[in-house]
Design a protein around this ligand. Structure first.
Ligand SMILES: Nc1ncnc2c1ncn2[C@@H]1O[C@H](COP(=O)(O)OP(=O)(O)OP(=O)(O)O)[C@@H](O)[C@H]1O
Length: 357
């Protein structure tokens, strides 16, 4: 069941089931060693998909095949404990009374590995996550980042064919999260099974995953490599995740794109038909008066929000074409930008990209 057979995908799953009011239909495939990032809004079906892969939720239709072995074919399914799965969640769920070594050794022990060998294995896994010197610590003596690394070591100590990470870094503060993210990347690079990583954090997905799957309202709305998704988002949610203004519209041969709400964008790269158009927030300039030099795209819009982001501010604008602008803090001060104020927004036609829907 564990070793992939030639020609078999390491993971080949079609997950169909109902959960609450959501009809989930999600396909996930991967080659050995790949990390699949699963993203989507709340309640979309990400955790449901993970639970189905783990065998906690039964499929009503579809299949789960791992390394050519059938785990679920919609009729018969392996119980969770019969699946070679490693699981790591936002809550590390370590046993508080056990030291790190025994937390990690627990998996192999419960699969019948003799104590000595299980501890040897746990020692190796702790070394791989840089915690060789903390094997005797109880969870409460470890930082949140260290606890997450013990949880990862524990998930991998049973040689899983499939590693399921559901928001593994969500409970960590920003600094710890950044460091633990790079530890996780290093460990995953040396793991030859398939990883399914559920996350809300675009940075987790873009830095850790080889392939992304977006799940919205139970359905896959986009798949692709991080580079593909970054350059061509194909749903409003994906547009938000990759930080681009995204519009569905109708393009003509003159470089005009009309959105369903009556907005008009001008581009120097015309695409005819049903198109997506993107505008990077950093390409939007804001003005108190009609901008000079008449850029092809100018709109009179109202400021709905101003939020700081490091040295810049994101300005949410509403009107004929809802738009997010990213401007310097100096511009915010110099223009005296306030919520409720009307401003001119301008975008060069060369900054508007279009591609077929
Ligand atoms: N224990 C449960 N019982 C019944 N329905 C549930 C349960 N948990 C989740 N659901 C429903 O299943 C659907 C999918 O939820 P799921 O938790 O898989 O989404 P998610 O994408 O993981 O969301 P989140 O990002 O909020 O964790 C939602 O409609 C949700 O309300």
């Amino acid at each position: 069941m564990s070793s992939p057979t030639r020609g078999d995908k390491a993971l080949d799953a079609r997950i169909r089931l109902s959960r609450g009011a959501t009809e989930v239909d999600v396909s996930l495939t991967a080659e050995p060693g790949q990390v699949i990032g699963v993203l989507g809004p709340n309640g979309g079906g990400k955790t449901t998909s993970v639970l189905a892969l783990a065998g906690v939720l039964p499929l009503t239709e579809g299949h789960v095949r791992v390394g050519g072995a059938v785990w679920d074919d919609g009729r018969r399914r392996l119980a969770p404990e019969q699946r070679q799965v490693g699981l790591m969640l936002a809550d590390s769920l370590l046993f508080p009374h056990l030291r790190a070594l025994d937390n990690v050794a627990f998996g192999p022990r419960s699969r019948g590995v003799p104590r000595h060998r299980a501890r040897e294995r746990a020692r190796t896994e702790l070394e791989r996550v840089g915690l060789a010197d903390r094997e005797s610590s109880r969870p409460r003596e470890l930082s949140s980042g260290q606890q997450a690394r013990v949880a990862l070591a524990r998930a991998l100590a049973t040689d899983p064919a499939l590693l399921l990470l559901d928001e593994p870094l969500a409970a960590l503060d920003a600094d710890t999260r950044a460091r633990t993210r790079s530890d996780l990347a290093a460990r995953l690079a040396a793991y030859d099974g398939v990883t399914v990583l559920v996350t809300h954090d675009p940075l987790d997905a873009l830095t850790l995953a080889d392939h992304l799957v977006f799940v919205e309202d139970g359905q896959v709305t986009q798949t692709g490599t991080p580079a593909e998704v970054l350059s061509e988002p194909r749903s409003a949610y994906v547009g938000t995740v990759v930080g681009l203004n995204l519009y569905a519209g109708q393009g003509d041969s003159h470089g005009h794109v009309r959105t369903a709400d009556g907005g008009l964008l001008v581009t120097t790269s015309p695409t005819e038909g049903r198109v997506w158009a993107t505008v990077p927030p950093s390409a939007v300039s804001l003005h108190l008066h009609v901008p000079e030099g008449s850029p092809r795209n100018t709109w009179r819009l109202r400021i709905a929000s101003v939020t700081m982001q490091g040295q810049s501010a994101r300005v949410g604008l509403v009107g004929d074409l809802p738009l997010t602008a990213e401007v310097t803090l100096e511009s915010v001060t110099a223009l005296g930008l306030q919520v409720g104020q009307d401003v001119w927004a301008a975008v060069k036609a060369t900054e508007v990209r279009t591609y077929l829907r």
